[in-house]
Design a protein around this ligand. Structure first.
Ligand code: NAP
Length: 286
């Protein structure tokens, strides 16, 4: 147990719901390893009270907080400053409070890149297919474009969202285009694709269908799924059977949290302990 006393400072996660979040486990482990007088709490905040919650957190001396659905974009107007990556992505998952001023960051993209790096995967020059065009897709696409991706195709159920994201990526100088998910579902081949990233929640339930035919991917294509859990998603299971290198979302979750911890504290995140705590919590959530 962390020892809480009158000097204890606060960190937290705002969102709705936050009940099943693993961020408290990751951050409180890091806090304990460093022996800090800090505690990280999961704080459910209704959209109606977002502004009041942010003002309240600054007023009572929170050092910072993470932000999850549905507030990642909604917090933007209430921040005093935003990092360049946060501006490019257009969504925030980490806020640092310094002398009452709120500065927003997005660590999802760097979390994803570090998850690839752990597997010795360098996305520079790769031709990439991203499924989904929501908040996570934006963070991943921007991070990949910043890392020198060769080309990025966005496939999404709502085609207009795919187009919007492809335009954002093209404006960064990366070759980008949009495809309706329905068309990708029927594709016979995805020739030339080096990296597939599923950023939709499809795959969280064991009975979920595949969004695209995995057998149409080139054998050397790396397959990533942002979905995380004790069980591999159907996409990753099929990718494994097909001989693809497969990367699940747990390493991204770890690294986005680790990057946020560094921003909150200025300290090196204890990755081994955070990873172990995350693994245990994921198994308990089975
Ligand atoms: P989001 O903003 O709500 O976007 C969801 C995306 O998935 C949209 O593009 C949506 O398409 C698509 N989608 C949803 N249901 C679908 C279905 N049945 N068939 C096809 N497409 C569907 O959510 P998000 O914040 O991007 O999060 C997406 C997933 O990434 C979640 O599972 C989340 O847990 C995971 N995630 C993981 C990490 C990590 O660290 N591993 C970090 C962030 C997010 P439309 O535009 O057509 O609605």
């Amino acid at each position: 147990m962390l020892e809480i006393n009158s000097e204890t400072k606060l960190l937290g996660l705002i969102g709705n719901p936050v009940k099943h979040s693993l961020s408290p486990v990751i951050h409180n482990t890091a806090i304990k390893v460093h022996g800090l007088n800090l505690v990280y709490l999961a704080l459910p905040v209704e959209p109606l009270y977002l502004e009041a919650a942010l003002k309240g957190m600054a007023a009572i001396g929170f050092k910072g907080f993470n932000v999850t659905i549905p507030h990642k974009e909604a917090v933007l107007p209430f921040l005093d400053s935003i990092s360049s990556e946060g501006k490019m992505i257009g969504a925030i998952n980490t806020v640092v409070i310094n002398q009452g001023k709120l500065r927003g960051y997005n660590t999802d993209g760097i979390g994803f890149i570090r998850a690839l790096e752990e597997k010795q995967i360098d996305p520079t020059g790769m031709n990439i297919l991203i499924l989904g065009a929501g908040g996570a897709a934006k963070a991943v696409a921007v991070a990949l474009a910043l890392r020198g991706a060769g080309s990025i195709v966005i496939g999404n159920r709502s085609f207009s969202r795919a187009q919007e994201l492809a335009e954002k990526i093209a404006a960064m100088g990366t070759n980008a285009s949009a495809q309706p998910l329905e068309r990708l579902k029927k594709a016979a081949t995805f020739s030339g694709i080096d990296l597939l990233v599923n950023t939709t929640p499809v795959g969280m339930n064991p009975e979920d269908r595949l969004l695209i035919p995995v057998e149409a991917l080139p054998r050397e294509c790396v397959v990533c799924d942002l979905v995380y859990g004790p069980q591999k998603s159907r996409l990753l299971r099929e990718a494994g059977k097909g001989g693809h290198t497969a990367v699940d979302g747990s390493a991204m979750l770890l690294h986005q949290g680790a990057a946020a911890f560094s921003l909150f504290t200025g300290l090196e995140p204890p990755l081994a302990e955070m990873r172990q705590a995350l693994h245990v919590a994921l198994c308990q959530n089975m």
